[in-house]
Design a protein around this ligand. Sequence first.
Ligand code: HEM
Length: 406
Amino acid sequence: MSAIRGLAVRAATRTLAACGDHVAQLYVPREDPWPVYGRIRRHGPVYRSVMGYAAVTSYELCSRVLRGQGFGMRDSAGRLPSEQQLPLGLAPSLLELDPPDHSRLRRLVAPAFRPKLINEYRPRIEEATARLLDRIDGGPFDLIGEFATPLPITVISELLGIPENRRGEFARYGTLTGQALDGQLTARQWAEWEAALAAMTQLFTELMNERRREPGGDVISVLVNAVDGEQVTVGEVIATCLLLLIAGFETTVNLIGNGVYQLARRPEQWRTLRENPELAAGTVEEILRYDPPVPVTGRVAQDDVELGGRVLRKDTQVLTILAAANRDPEVYAEPDRFDITRTGGPEHFAFSSGVHYCLGAQLARIEGEIALRALAERLPRLRRTGEPRRRSSASIRGFSYLPVAA
Ligand code: HEM
């Protein structure tokens, strides 16, 4: 990926979007993309774009594509659609692999995310949350920069066992990769990102050597053990650690940011949460349903396949619009209403579905719940004080700046 290629692709996509291609319109970040999803939905079960993609919006078809046998990450030549390549460098990550490699790697990492282990992080997440809120003195502040960003970085650093003195570097790499995902890096920032990638690779190599000498209960210890059993390569371990940083950080920050944004727009819902902080877990689910941080993902047809009454040729890329399926009127009552007391309806698709179902879902839920509960209890007068700035990414939905006052 290069800055120039990224610019060329963006220019072509904008032209197609202006010509009315709804899939191209998905790649143009906007405050409210639901009208575009609605237009795609009205076309019928499967929308075909001049860009060659198919797109589905219904709960049923998203589920079929994500859970079905006939779809995978790569095409028959083993290529990954360019927009699904994460700018991580190195070996392919879990999200870029199909079974059996995906199953092998996932089996090795999954034990570190067992519900019992993840639950043990609760007190540390509560402590980190309290420390961040202690620094807020009641005046105006940027919710993203001062709370929603540092919290997940701290949690993922704990999970991976990143030493305190390397956490700043780790966060810087995360931020640069986030900007790369937004397609916003200048040539100088690309060079910086490459340098940061080299530093991260070195950091993880050093940590692997340390954990080999002194194993702990963290993810790196689990993975080093697997390298020694020759079940996974060193490159795969490093790619997995980087994926955990990006997947765990780029998403949870937006769960918190999008959540506060939606609650601040609806004072009555904020009051309900303040008066009933035990609703925090349900509030997290409603935020994820209503305004998910990852609005779209995709798969490739592994063979000619029938979908929604149409035949898709082998290697067709199918976009599953998770944010649209989360508001499928066939499945959710009053889907466009944000309601933190909502009950009924199946689990939303914010964490995807099938073999790539988010490995960090439980951790994200706990982080979100603790963060919202603490905000409601400690900053009951929290309100927006100015215009927020949206990230320019179409693949990650959230804010880079959200001014509030406590
Ligand atoms: C609100 C927060 C989060 C959201 C919305 C989210 C969303 C997602 C989605 C949509 C996918 C699957 C994409 C696809 O099917 O193509 C995914 C996969 C993944 N997520 Fe998350 N995620 C979140 C938090 C986390 C956290 C905290 C971690 C780890 C610390 C994490 C680690 C992963 C990993 C490792 C995968 C790849 C799983 C695989 O391919 O088998 N995520 N996430």
